[in-house]
Design a protein around this ligand. Structure first.
Ligand SMILES: [Mg+2]
Length: 120
């Protein structure tokens, strides 16, 4: 069993054991993803990129970041369970669409369409 499938089953079991299915409306799961994403952002708020790089060397800070990332993923998996979305298939399909939208030859080294290549 692949790890994402294992996680999806673990999340479903966690929810079922607590009889939380009635609370897991898609809207509330989407709201929860946004809230947990904000908690992740809070870890970086008011910190310079250099400060964040330094803080990420600290085990406790890094653990906090990992926990918020985990919260985001757990709610995303719960939403995929609820909507019966094959998350890896959906992500791979979207990645293919992104690859067509942003061909590597055209976008290598550029963050957006209007950006000149470095030194270009
Ligand atoms: Mg959290």
């Amino acid at each position: 069993m692949d790890r994402l499938h294992h996680l999806a089953t673990a999340v479903a079991d966690f929810v079922a054991q607590r009889e939380w299915e009635p609370y897991h409306h898609p809207k509330d799961l989407a709201v929860s993803i946004a809230i947990e994403s904000s908690e992740l952002l809070e870890r970086f708020q008011w910190r310079s990129p250099r400060e964040v790089e330094r803080l990420l060397q600290d085990a406790e800070y890094r653990r906090g970041v990992e926990e918020e990332m985990a919260d985001v993923l757990i709610y995303l998996v719960a939403l995929a369970n609820r909507l019966k979305v094959d998350l890896p298939a959906a992500a791979l399909a979207k990645l293919e669409r992104n690859a067509r939208k942003y061909p590597a030859e055209e976008f290598r080294g550029k963050a957006h369409r209007d950006q000149e290549k470095p030194g270009g």
